[in-house]
Design a protein around this ligand. Structure first.
Ligand code: ADP
Ligand code: 5GP
Length: 214
């Protein structure tokens, strides 16, 4: 049974870096490639980081009910296609979703057992530094993203785990541990049937009594 793992973070916190590291380490994960109306950045490739679509295409997908959640973030639209969650369920793999706080709220309503992780840079100063280091946005956009970060951080209490991305290696290890822990939680939807299958391998009480002539 597959787990849904939601990852949210203010832009520039290092979420993509940590998710990338996690995907390299864990072959039982499927990454949900979101649809977006924004333009590709740097080395981003269609179908890898995002599926890049026009506003008209995005609108048509909303009308068809393709998205399990969607939201406007900054000036663009972003959405999660249902197919990734379905694929995870079909293949028994966990699905990792990199979505904003509005999308996370929608998803928790639809899939209450989803595990959620909020990632934070260690300070505002460090967040600004990382946004600048990425070198793909103007001063004005950076100010806008930092202001948005304050609003997004306000939602952190809704998440199961909070991860401060100070040292990238430590944070990557912790994210890996969270995913592994999620797999062995008793409330994991697949756990009941797994235990039932184990129990079925034991002889029934009646059989035991017969074997021992009791
Ligand atoms: P996000 O996906 O949250 O917008 P990125 O993963 O693109 O953020 O990271 C933003 C920038 O910060 C990148 O240049 C990345 O290499 C850098 N970065 C990520 N994690 C750390 C870290 N722990 N320490 C220093 N720099 C980091
Ligand atoms: P960026 O443009 O920097 O890649 O992403 C901007 C924001 O959009 C990030 O907070 C990211 O998590 C969010 N985002 C990416 N994909 C989705 C999605 O499918 N749905 C929602 N709601 N947000 C998304």
């Amino acid at each position: 049974m597959s787990q849904i793992i939601i990852i949210s973070a203010p832009s520039g916190s290092g979420k993509s870096t940590l998710v990338r590291n996690l995907l390299v380490r864990d072959p039982n994960l499927i990454f949900s490639v979101s649809y977006t109306t924004r333009a590709p950045r740097g080395q981003e490739e269609h179908g890898r980081e995002y599926n890049f679509v026009t506003r008209e295409e995005f609108r048509a997908m909303i009308d068809r009910g393709d998205f399990i959640e969607w939201a406007q973030v900054f000036d663009d639209f972003y959405g999660t296609h249902r197919c990734y969650v379905d694929q995870g369920r079909r293949e028994g793999k966990d699905v990792i979703l990199d979505i904003d706080v509005k999308g996370a709220r929608q998803l928790r309503e639809k899939i209450p057992e989803a595990i959620s992780v909020f990632i934070l840079a260690p300070s505002r100063e460090e967040l600004e530094k990382r946004l600048k280091a990425r070198g793909d946005v103007s001063e004005q956009v950076i100010r806008k993203r930092v202001a948005e970060a304050v609003r997004e951080i306000g939602d952190y209490r809704q998440y199961d785990y909070v991860l401060v991305n100070d040292d990238v290696e430590v944070a990557s290890n912790l994210l890996c541990c969270i995913v592994m822990t999620a797999r062995v939680q008793r409330k994991n939807p697949g756990m009941q049937s797994r235990v039932d299958r184990i129990l079925a391998t034991f002889e029934t009480e009646q059989e035991v009594e017969q074997d021992y002539g009791r």
